[in-house]
Design a protein around this ligand. Structure first.
Ligand code: SF4
Length: 299
């Protein structure tokens, strides 16, 4: 059995099936996930054998996740999903990471076949809706691709778009937030999940100025403010947290837009006030970047 090395937090209890190894793009400057793995499509027979052996390795689950970064490019992906669905009928949700470029270029017929085989949700890395930021970090997509992919795939699947606050640094914070919200408004993903940029690649340090705690919150605020479509918005990752030496005092915002938008904005405003008060009394504030540099968290 071969397991994908990464999975979204929401797939913690899913069967994990490795369909490809690594990332077929592997050029994004902020990403260190698959840099040491040579990209390859696994043999179909090996994958089907792994599916047969699921009960040996996982407690019974109603969801399955396909890795690594872009399994939909596997030449036998429809057959693999169908086999999984037939073999494990208890599975109600089958999800996969997917590259926006791959989905934007994929014939709709293939998306339709994947849906009827049993695929239900895609996790896609938008990161930014701003073309300048996307090009700066070598994401290999533009805003138009992201809108096209969202409109197409949204007809067949639930979609998660991942966004990285801080990706444009403090220099491009405004345009990054505003243009990302614009793409979300067009692409209409079911979920928006935010990670704050934690610089693990020194190249990024020369490209952008990491956000300070207040800037991180202001960018997050602008992003939420700009989203006008129905979606579930969450910052469900430690990189979004803010800390003092005593521990985390901001653990993110979560809620449905538009229903819980005001509540989320209020929490951000309250946290900005808290930061002011803490700083006034000489308390040091740490972002995930600070903690990573100090070796106190790993990502
Ligand atoms: S962010 Fe996604 S597409 Fe970019 S290198 Fe990492 S895994 Fe590949």
């Amino acid at each position: 059995m071969d397991f994908p090395p990464f999975r979204p937090p929401s797939e913690a209890f899913s069967y994990l099936i490795r369909v490809v190894r690594g990332c077929n793009w592997n050029k994004c400057l902020f990403c260190s996930m698959y840099k040491t793995i040579k990209f390859e499509q696994r043999q179909k027979e090996e994958i089907l054998r792994d599916i047969d052996e699921i009960p040996k390795y996982f407690p019974r689950s109603r969801s399955a996740f396909l890795g690594d970064s872009n399994p939909l490019i596997h030449k036998d992906i429809v057959e693999i999903v169908r086999y999984l669905k037939n073999k494990r009928p208890e599975v109600e949700r089958i999800t996969a990471y997917a590259r926006i470029k791959t989905i934007a270029n994929m014939p709709e017929e293939k998306l339709e076949n994947l849906k009827s085989a049993g695929l239900t949700r895609l996790h896609m890395g938008l990161e930014s809706g701003d073309d300048e930021v996307l090009s700066l970090v070598q994401k290999g997509i533009n805003a138009e691709d992201a809108i096209k992919a969202g409109k197409k795939a949204g007809k067949y699947f639930e979609l998660t778009y991942y966004v990285i606050t801080g990706l444009g640094g403090s220099e491009r914070s405004e345009r990054h937030a505003v243009n990302t919200a614009k793409v979300i408004n067009e692409a209409k993903p079911t979920f928006v999940r935010v990670r704050n940029l934690t610089i693990t690649n020194p190249v990024m340090e020369n490209l952008i100025k990491p956000l300070k705690a207040e800037e991180q919150l202001e960018e997050l605020r602008k992003l939420i403010e700009g989203i006008k479509v129905e979606t579930y918005f969450t910052t469900d990752h430690v990189s979004n947290y803010l800390f003092t030496e005593q521990g985390a005092f901001f653990t993110g915002v979560h809620g449905r837009i538009p229903e819980e938008k005001d509540e989320m904005l209020q929490l951000i405003d309250d946290t900005l006030e808290t930061i002011k008060a803490l700083k006034k009394s000489g308390v040091r504030i740490f972002t995930s970047n600070d903690l990573f540099r100090l070796g106190l968290i790993t990502l």
